[in-house]
Write a protein that binds this ligand. Structure first.
Ligand code: ADP
Length: 167
């Protein structure tokens, strides 16, 4: 538990080893947190993303962070919520798992996650938080190399949900 933190605010300000981007399958930028990350990182991030050939839902890819204060960006594609019968929960679990696997393989010790899929993609916020927290706790039980995982909440509703679920 002491390796988990909640932050409220803009994930692009965090000086961690890696921030996670809630990207779309093109990896070529979008709205919400994706737009914010590309705005701060600058054009070079977009250029590197162009070399990646996109990313499937539930998968993750890593890039450098350019003008961001972190060292890496891990881009993961969350599921669009279609009511829960399209493997949305499994795919969201996979986003956290695959992102953490990439982090470990790149010697990342501190990492911040946004509330993947809970913006434009419409995943119910509490359900998403329960999935995120349980996957991260499970991961930390079996991993000693990750020193800190930050849940970067942006809206008040998610902030309260994480406070409640981590209490
Ligand atoms: P998705 O398409 O995966 O739903 P969004 O970017 O629309 O992605 O939303 C994901 C979450 O990111 C939402 O909870 C939203 O409030 C949050 N968010 C938006 N901008 C930022 C930011 N700059 N830093 C951290 N979180 C953000």
């Amino acid at each position: 538990m002491e390796r988990i933190e909640i932050f409220k605010g803009d994930i692009t300000t965090l000086k961690v080893d890696a921030i996670v981007n809630a990207a779309n399958k093109t990896l070529l930028g979008g709205a919400g947190v994706d737009g914010a990350i590309h705005r701060v990182a600058g054009k070079e991030l977009l250029a590197e993303c162009h070399t990646l050939n996109g990313c499937n839902t539930g998968e993750a890819k890593i890039t450098k962070a350019y003008n961001l204060p972190c060292k890496f960006v891990i881009h993961t594609v969350g599921p669009i919520w279609y009511g829960g019968k399209n493997f949305e929960e499994d795919l969201l679990t996979s986003c956290y798992k695959k992102s953490l696997e990439l982090a470990v393989n790149n010697n990342i010790e501190t990492i911040a996650f946004p509330n993947i899929s809970t913006g434009v993609y419409g995943f119910p916020k509490n359900k998403a938080a329960v999935i995120a927290i349980s996957e991260i706790k499970k991961f930390l039980c079996n991993n000693k190399s990750i020193k800190k995982i930050i849940f970067a909440t942006f809206d008040e509703e998610n902030f309260k949900i994480y406070q409640h679920n981590l209490a």
